[in-house]
Design a protein around this ligand. Structure first.
Ligand SMILES: Cc1cc2nc3c(=O)[nH]c(=O)nc-3n(C[C@H](O)[C@H](O)[C@H](O)COP(=O)(O)OP(=O)(O)OC[C@H]3O[C@@H](n4cnc5c(N)ncnc54)[C@H](O)[C@@H]3O)c2cc1C
Length: 575
């Protein structure tokens, strides 16, 4: 066995994205001992990819805006599956979270008189999305990292957490290993905050970082005794790159369509005429994704399974000024000059609306002392996420959870540990390393991602989901014969094996819940149940293979409900 280090802290935060950092800042500011652990460098967490902006009803551009209207827009866009109390917390506390960022030096875009600029995002009634160029996530991450450094918060990078340590449904820490040298870490803590992201990497094409969003939150929470809410609700973005393979799914910003980009199938037809003749390419994200998917599925796509997005008719200066990131991305990844040639795209898995089941008041889970936040958690977005709401959720609940975990730790009189749980975590790693079977982890990852893409993509049906479940069962069986070989370069193969275990659980949860949701609602399209079903205005809560319960959603307060109406997305960005 590799060396094992024992570490102790009051609160352990797993994940160095925006949500983990924000929670840790709250704890440190309250004088609580906190440690953050992440499996990749903190400067490169998934949060850095966020581009378009962050929402708060600051009313800097539209004086009539209010948190109540922000709440109403969020609930409308959720197709009534969002939890009203969660929505209220995020929208009401959003302005204060932006002020925290300002205090820590975040370089928001501003109007000439110094007000924070706010732009329109799709399905918002007013301009309420603050931004920092089209690098909002990067600037947010930098700001939070700077603050953690000022507060001297310790961060352990390149440590992959494989198990939460639990005794009698009470958390007491986590176990993991260092990706470079294999050193094991046994970390004792009073409380643990899971900030480990979503599960969009279980599809072949995803806008996520490589080796991120593999569903770790699902596995860690479930095996500790938690449950997963609405895993089937995943937002697909219409425009992901097809090539190169290792960057498949990388986003082409919706700004490309906003600036006048045209979508065509392989026959040269401007296919949006068939799906939304009025708004055409400026239609909503879910409709454009569904349209592109249908063209490809019905055989009018490119040989590689895509459609064309063309901006080459636009003036070159417009492209260079308004779409610099798109221009640069295509140059870097494909050596393609978008001022002269169209871009081949296909829908890409983009955001996990579902996640670990949490309580709205403090994001505590079913396990005492365990909290979940950010894309790992659930409750805010329902069946469709309002663009810009994810980043604000990280901040609002980061702060709330930091506060709650601090209070929980302070009232504990003793920490009960369990040798059996610690040995089980240690043995799990040893067991994977000892198999030396014929199966390659990368092949199985590919097989799983292909399965999800084929059977649980933009459009689903019963026959496909059942086929997906049997393909998954076969992959799970093959996973028992893995050959994992750490070498002098590091323990990455072992990390992939754990990623795969997590992805298999996330895939099963997704397939089973997608089968159970026999309706079409928001991002979830069932071709065999094409209508919304009132009886399914519930959350589906998954607690392991074959176990799904329906959970009622509390009523929306009358003053918020009165403000709810369909909002046009015309001419608005929707990232
Ligand atoms: C291209 C793109 C554009 C986007 N644009 C916007 C936007 O404009 N506005 C908006 O609001 N949202 C946007 N989003 C969504 C938003 O960026 C994410 O939802 C958000 O950043 C998630 O933050 P997080 O802290 O929850 O998780 P992440 O940033 O994903 O961080 C998770 C962390 O957990 C770590 N981790 C995971 N598993 C383990 C493990 N087993 N052990 C140790 N560490 C682990 C990871 O390494 C990572 O550091 C966008 C997303 C993408 C992909």
């Amino acid at each position: 066995m590799s060396d094992e280090q024992q570490v102790a802290t009051s609160v352990l935060v797993i994940g160095t994205g925006g949500s983990g950092l924000r929670a840790a800042i709250e704890l440190a500011e309250r004088g609580v001992d906190v440690l953050i652990v992440g499996k990749r460098p903190k400067t490169d967490a998934h949060t850095t990819l966020a581009a378009g902006g962050i929402n708060a009803a600051l009313a800097t551009m539209d004086a009539e805006d209010s948190w109540q209207q922000h709440a109403a827009d969020t609930l409308t866009e959720s197709y009534l599956l969002a939890d009203p109390a969660t929505v209220q917390r995020v929208t009401e506390d959003a302005a204060e979270s932006i002020r925290d960022l300002e205090r820590w030096g975040m370089a928001f875009a501003r109007e000439q008189d110094g007000r924070i600029s706010q732009r329109f995002f799709g399905a918002h009634t007013f301009r309420r999305t603050a931004f920092a160029g089209d690098y909002t996530g990067l600037e947010l991450q930098r700001t939070l990292i700077k603050r953690t450094a000022q507060l001297d918060i310790p961060i352990l990078e390149s440590v992959h957490i494989t198990k939460l340590l639990v005794r009698d449904n009470v958390i007491f820490g986590a176990y993991g290993f260092n990706l470079q040298d294999g050193t094991r870490y046994k970390i004792h803590a009073d409380a643990v905050i899971l900030a480990t992201g979503g599960h969009t990497r279980i599809w072949r094409r995803t806008s996520s970082r490589r080796d991120e969003n593999t569903g770790d939150s699902f596995r860690l929470a479930l095996e500790a005794g938690g449950r997963i809410r609405d895993p089937e609700l995943v937002q697909f973005h219409p425009s992901g790159l097809i090539e190169p393979e290792d960057s498949a799914g990388t986003l082409v910003s919706e700004a490309a369509r906003g600036e006048g980009g045209i979508l065509r199938n392989d026959l040269g037809e401007r296919f949006m005429k068939r799906y939304d003749p009025e708004r055409m390419e400026l239609s909503t994200r879910d409709r454009v994704a569904l349209a592109a998917y249908t063209e490809i599925k019905e055989g009018r796509g490119t040989p590689r399974g895509g459609v064309w997005l063309d901006v080459s008719h636009l003036p070159r200066t417009q492209i260079m000024e308004r779409l610099p990131r798109v221009y640069q991305t295509l140059m870097d990844l494909q050596l393609l000059d978008i001022t002269t040639a169209p871009i081949e795209i296909a829908p890409t898995a983009h955001y996990s609306m579902g996640g670990v089941w949490v309580r709205p008041e403090d994001h505590s889970t079913d396990v005492e002392g365990l909290y979940a936040i950010g894309e790992a958690s659930s409750g805010l977005h329902g069946a469709n996420r309002l663009g810009g709401n994810s980043l604000i959720e990280l901040l609002v609940y980061g702060k709330i959870v930091g506060h709650a975990a601090a209070a929980y730790s302070a009232q504990l009189t003793a920490q009960q540990r369990c040798r059996i749980a610690e040995s089980a975590a240690r043995d799990e790693i040893d067991q994977i390393l000892s198999i030396d079977g014929p199966e390659n982890v990368r092949f199985l990852q590919r097989a799983l991602r292909n399965t999800m893409t084929e059977y649980a993509g933009v459009v689903r049906d019963e026959a496909g989901l059942l086929s997906g479940l049997s393909a998954l069962a076969e992959i799970e069986e093959r996973m028992t014969h893995l050959g994992v070989h750490p070498d002098i370069a590091g323990f990455y193969d072992l990390a992939h094996a754990f990623d795969l275990k997590a992805s298999a659980i996330a895939a099963r949860a997704t397939l089973e819940a997608a089968l159970e949701r026999r309706e079409t609602r928001g991002c979830h399209n069932r071709s065999d149940y094409p209508h919304l079903d009132e009886a399914l205005k519930v959350n589906l809560v998954w607690s392991g293979p074959g176990r799904i319960e329906r959970q009622a959603i509390p009523d929306i307060p009358a003053d918020i409900a009165a403000r709810m109406r369909e909002v046009s997305s015309h001419g608005k960005l929707v990232e």
